[in-house]
Design a protein around this ligand. Structure first.
Ligand SMILES: [Cu+2]
Length: 161
C-alpha cells in the first residue's frame, strides 16, 4: 500500500516591510517621517556643455528611515552615472568616484558642485528636454526614480568637468 503524502506548500509570507497605511490616522508626524524613508529634494541636472556629453547631477538626500546606503544611480539619458566626491589631496581638490554613499538615519547629505555630485557620462538630451529621470538604488530601501529639472549652464563654470 502506497502512502500518498500531500505536501502543503506554504505561501511565502511577504516579509517586506509593509507600510501600515491608514492605520495611524494621519496624525502622527513622526510616523509620516518614517514612512517617507529616503527623501530627495532640490534635484537638478546640469546639461552637458555644447558638443559634450557629460552632465552633472545634484540634490539633497535625507534619510528619515533606518541606516541605508546609496549604491548606484542610473538614467535613461546616460550611458553611466557615477557617484563622485571631492577630496583634498596635497592641498588640491580632486574628484574621486565612490562606490556608494552611507546614508545614516536622520541625516541629510547635499550633492553640490565641489562636494558630492553625480556625473552622467554619455548623456544625450534630445532637443527640448526639460528634465531627466534618475533612478537611485539603495542597499535596503526600494529603488526610487526622481525627475530632475535641467539647470542652466553657467558659461563661466570651468570646474574641470
Ligand atoms: Cu565628478
Amino acid at each position: 500500500m502506497k502512502k500518498i503524502s500531500i505536501l502543503l506548500v506554504a505561501v511565502l509570507a511577504a516579509c517586506s516591510a509593509e507600510m501600515h497605511h491608514g492605520e495611524d490616522g494621519g496624525n502622527s508626524h513622526a510616523a509620516h517621517q518614517m514612512e517617507k524613508g529616503i527623501v530627495i529634494s532640490s534635484a537638478y541636472v546640469m546639461p552637458p556643455f555644447p558638443g559634450k556629453d557629460l552632465a552633472g547631477g545634484f540634490f539633497e538626500i535625507t534619510n528619515h528611515g533606518a541606516d541605508d546606503r546609496l549604491i548606484s544611480v542610473s538614467s535613461p539619458v546616460s550611458e553611466t552615472v557615477e557617484i563622485h566626491t571631492h577630496l583634498k589631496e596635497d592641498g588640491v581638490m580632486k574628484m574621486r568616484q565612490i562606490d556608494g554613499l552611507d546614508l545614516p538615519k536622520g541625516e541629510t547629505i547635499i550633492f553640490k558642485p565641489g562636494s558630492y555630485h553625480l556625473m552622467l557620462f554619455g548623456t544625450n538630451l534630445p532637443e527640448g528636454t526639460e528634465d531627466v529621470a534618475l533612478t537611485l538604488t539603495y542597499e535596503k530601501a526600494e529603488p526610487v526614480t526622481i525627475i530632475a529639472p535641467l539647470g542652466e549652464l553657467d558659461e563661466d563654470d570651468h570646474s574641470g568637468h
